[in-house]
Design a protein around this ligand. Structure first.
Ligand code: ADP
Ligand code: ZN
Ligand code: ZN
Length: 737
């Protein structure tokens, strides 16, 4: 009997044996359908073992083979295998996550042929000229459609009348598509790869950086540390040009909300090659097509968010990670990989260079420069002749405060607005107020499932839990003493907006947060209102901080920095510094100097001071020294075990048992240098009715930590996870909530 071994997408760290019926053939890396309990599951063939522990009469046959050829090439297969080991995730889950949804669901990996459309030149102009200002739906849809780098299909969720309108006006049109798969080089035919006219003349620092990167042969990690506006993108484009000229492909990873139409447009304007984008607006068919195109060598450049890392290439020549410090590169559920770290590994396996770009590099990367693993390339000047913003700290102590805004900030806003400029305020809290409480007895209206205060949403007139998304009507009476004297405390973006509406009657306000951008297309609409100067005051959570460039904003304020200064998360200060520098980089332009304002009760805080007086690089030095003193990453490697369940005591006990297990292993092997923090409740101790506990283990050596975890994998049977407890293993965690 021929045995066959399958990796299944189940949370068990093992393979499953079946037999291969004599008339069936399969190769490693293809999908098969197998019986699993009383279900059918799709798995991936990983081997053909000689023997199995399963008795012959219990061994089941696979039901069908879905692919003729492997779906994974050797390179990606090895990367995924390594990842499964490093992140201690089941290989079956890892493999599945690297496939487009359609393939996970068992659909054929043949190209799906559907009608393809493009936005016409007339359509592009219509958007710019505001011709559709009176046809909001069409305008929104067209804006949405311009995000596709190539042709697109009719989106599943779009207004039929808007679609029809755009077609009739000739703003979009159907194109003829041929589906012969040609490599991107062949498709070029006689066109030039690059529109040289659009190239910018590099300044001296840019030239040095570009030639250093062009000169690089083989693997090398480069940290492109360049202030906002220093022309990092131009550097990417010119380096990409030389990679394409060698016939090689390029992978560009960007943060979750960094894939703006402007970015895509810049790439398209520069190159005549096939560019594909992978972002959340694609439907499953489109994702499958992009996946296939990359695998067949049809795309020259792939620009995408985190999961685009798993695209396959014929001949990859360069990886670029823009805004490498961004936390969206870390996957936060399922298997918790860090796309930035894996990208470095991928570059190494391919023996190609990788560029990590940022104005505010992560402390991890700064440390890697220090220890010689990464090469730093600096761009210290703003390209063009934009000036650095002026900074300003408002000491909130004893100031009169209006919904979070001081009198001083209000007058600064007034000055900037009267000069015809825009102002932008950041507040990292949506809703009207984060707490509703009783003015008589102090009772707080809490979500029972999370034991955290409900956020008061005035516009929708509800209470919402921001942790489990549950809603509640607003109570009239205190749940404790019955008083009707209920008040809110704290300030959210809704309240800030309301206050500013009163303070600045003659100006329009745009608020950008998760509540104001729920509807598809709403974000783009808000952003274009700002670009076109239709609104003058912008309020936003950090959603607004990334990627967008607003040349007329001359005043930027971070309304509340104190919460970050006193956070339990050791990365909070790093994130505040990054936010500050990012927003500062967006204030002002060549003719108009920008101003950045911080409001705090603690202007003397040492990290704030070092950031403000000496800049980010100095801040990161100071912060790294503190991390080293406290044995925190990047000076230690961490694993965080997160256990959740409905029975608080059982969850705690389970992690106690795990702790005992780890202590015993460490004693048995006489391993030195491990730090085990006893199990603790998570900062969010309860969420959606589940009690949450954590166990953190760290060691200065990544290899030692892996040794312990590998032992843990081998011993899994000994510490069985009870069926009513969910255990998550998070390697190199960044989310401690
Ligand atoms: P970054 O990505 O570092 O924030 P960008 O690449 O977006 O910076 O460049 C910022 C601005 O400077 C852009 O408007 C870009 O067109 C311009 N720019 C970049 N390089 C040059 C250059 N060498 N000469 C003139 N303008 C430049
Ligand atoms: Zn009360
Ligand atoms: Zn809740």
């Amino acid at each position: 009997m021929n045995l066959i071994q399958i990796a299944l997408p189940v949370p068990l760290n093992r393979y499953f044996d079946y037999f291969l019926p004599s008339d069936t053939q399969a190769v490693i890396g293809t999908r098969v359908v197998v019986p699993f309990g009383n279900q059918k599951k799709i798995g991936i063939v990983v081997g053909f073992p000689e023997q199995t522990d399963i008795p012959k009469n219990k061994l089941k046959p696979i039901l069908s083979v879905l692919d003729e050829n492997p779906l994974f090439d050797d390179e990606i297969w090895q990367l995924l295998q390594w990842s499964a080991n490093y992140y201690h995730a089941p290989f079956g889950e890892v493999l599945q996550s690297a496939l487009p949804v359609k393939l996970r669901q068992g659909e054929s990996c043949e190209r799906v042929v559907a009608d393809q459309f493009v936005v016409t030149e007339m359509g592009q102009k219509a958007l710019l000229n505001g011709i559709l200002n009176r046809a909001k739906k069409q305008q929104q849809l067209l804006t949405e459609l311009t995000k596709f780098a190539n042709s697109f299909e009719k989106p599943t969720a779009c207004s039929p009348s808007a679609w029809k309108g755009l077609l009739e006006k000739g703003f979009i049109e159907k194109i003829a598509v041929s589906f012969e798969s040609k490599s991107w080089l062949d498709k070029l035919e006689n066109r030039e790869q690059c529109n040289a006219d659009n190239r910018l003349r590099l300044n001296k620092q840019q030239s040095l950086v570009v030639s250093r990167l062009q000169y690089q042969k083989g693997f090398g990690v480069f940290l492109l540390n360049g202030v906002t506006g220093s022309g990092k993108t131009e550097v990417y484009l010119q380096v990409i040009e030389t990679v394409l000229a060698k016939g090689q492909q390029v992978l560009v990873l960007v943060p979750e909300i960094g894939l703006t139409p402007q970015t895509i447009a810049r790439f398209q304007a520069r190159f005549n090659v096939e560019i594909d984008t992978l972002h959340s607006n694609l439907n499953d068919t489109q994702r499958l097509n992009v996946w296939l195109r990359a695998k067949n060598g049809e795309s020259a450049i792939i620009i995408g968010t985190r999961s685009a890392l798993f695209s396959q290439f014929e001949n990859l020549g360069l990886i670029i990670i823009d805004e490498e410090h961004d936390s969206s590169f870390k996957q936060q559920d399922g298997w918790r990989y860090n796309a930035r770290d894996l990208a470095v590994l991928r570059a190494k396996n391919n023996n190609i260079p990788i560029v990590l770009g940022s104005a505010t590099p992560s402390l991890e990367s700064v440390q890697n420069v220090k220890n010689g693993k990464f090469t730093e390339l600096l761009l210290q000047n703003r390209a063009g002749d934009a000036q650095l913003a002026q900074q300003f700290v408002i000491d909130l102590k004893t100031q009169q405060i209006y919904s979070g805004v001081s009198q001083q900030l209000l007058s600064m806003m007034k000055t900037h607005l009267e000069q015809g400029n825009q102002v932008m305020l950041f507040l990292n809290r949506r809703g009207f107020a984060p707490v509703l409480l009783c003015h008589e007895c102090g009772w707080i209206c809490e979500c029972n499932s999370c034991e955290k205060p409900y956020t008061y949403h005035q516009q929708k007139n509800v209470l919402r839990c921001h942790h489990c998304a549950s809603q509640k009507i607003i109570p009239r009476q205190c749940g404790h003493c019955g008083s009707t004297n209920l008040i809110t405390t704290g300030v959210g973006t809704e309240q800030l907006e309301q206050e500013l509406v009163q303070q600045f009657e003659n100006y329009k306000i745009t608020r950008i947060d998760r509540d104001s951008t729920v509807r598809k297309g709403a974000l783009d609409k808000h952003l274009s209102d700002i670009q076109q100067g239709k609104s003058q005051i912008l309020i936003g959570t950090q959603m607004l901080a990334k990627g967008h460039h607003f040349p007329n904003v001359t005043l930027v304020a971070i309304v509340n920095v104190d919460s970050a200064l006193f956070s339990t998360d050791f990365r909070a200060e790093e994130r505040l510094a990054q936010l500050y520098i990012q927003v500062a980089g967006r204030a002002g332009r060549a003719e108009k100097k920008g101003t950045v304002v911080l409001q705090t009760h603690y202007p003397e805080h040492p990290l704030l001071k070092s950031l403000l007086t000496k800049g980010y690089d100095e801040f990161s030095k100071t912060a790294l020294e503190m991390r080293q003193l406290m044995h925190l990453p990047p000076f230690s490697a961490q694993v965080l075990f997160k256990a959740t369940g409905r029975d608080n005591e059982k969850v705690a006990n389970f992690l106690e048992n795990m702790t005992a297990y780890f202590q015993q292993q460490i004693a048995t092997y006489q391993w030195q240098g491990f730090q085990i923090l006893p199990p603790m409740t998570a900062p969010m101790a309860k969420k959606a009715g589940q009690y949450r506990w954590q166990l953190l283990i760290q060691h200065s050596s990544r290899a030692m930590l892996q040794k312990l975890l590998t032992q843990f994998d081998l011993d899994k049977g000994q510490i069985e996870v009870p069926s009513n407890i969910r255990l998550v293993v998070d390697i190199d965690p960044i989310d401690f909530n």
